[in-house]
Design a protein around this ligand. Structure first.
Ligand SMILES: [Zn+2]
Length: 168
């Protein structure tokens, strides 16, 4: 399975990997702005990439509740009822008020850290699926989602001993 090897990395190796991932995003951003053809290609690619998920999401949304919001995906779905102020407080304290990726502390950031859903499903609020990120890193993880999911699973497994199943 893709990304399986990540599980075997140590925490410092994991961070190297995460640095590389971030770089990848940074490069992509740069290319997007500087070359329109590349941007077009990327859009096509992204569209394609979303197809599988989109299909699932569409079948999800047509099965009940109001649809029409799927464009933009799960990120615009409301959070589930577990996502309370207390829960967020718990996650922020568990992670020591420090962004998991860049290690910036809440006090330095001067605002609350975002509570990130590791599998990008805001309806899946539990301690194993949530961690804190600063705003910058939270934006960063919107790209290469599968890799980030594996990364966070591996990191939280090493930190807190949480067990995760196979990533889809
Ligand atoms: Zn950060």
């Amino acid at each position: 399975m893709k990304g399986r090897w990540i599980q075997s990395l140590s925490i410092s190796e994991l961070y190297l990997f995460c640095f590389a991932l971030g770089k990848k995003v940074w490069n992509e951003g740069l290319t997007n702005e500087t070359d329109k053809r590349v941007r077009k290609n990327n859009e096509v690619r992204k569209g394609y990439k979303h197809t599988e998920k989109a299909k699932r999401k569409m079948s999800e949304s047509s099965s009940g509740e109001k649809s029409g919001t799927w464009k933009g995906g799960l990120s615009f779905k409301p959070y589930d009822s577990n996502f309370t102020t207390n829960f967020k407080k718990f996650i922020r304290e568990r992670d020591n008020q420090i962004c998991l990726l860049c290690n910036i502390h809440r006090e330095k950031l001067k605002k609350a850290l975002a509570v990130h859903h590791i599998d990008y499903n805001k309806q899946n609020t539990c301690k194993e699926n949530c961690c804190v990120l600063c705003t910058g890193c939270n934006t960063k993880v919107n790209f290469n989602r599968e890799e980030w999911t594996v990364f966070f699973h591996s990191l939280l497994n090493k930190r807190y001993g949480y067990i995760y199943g196979e990533v889809k």
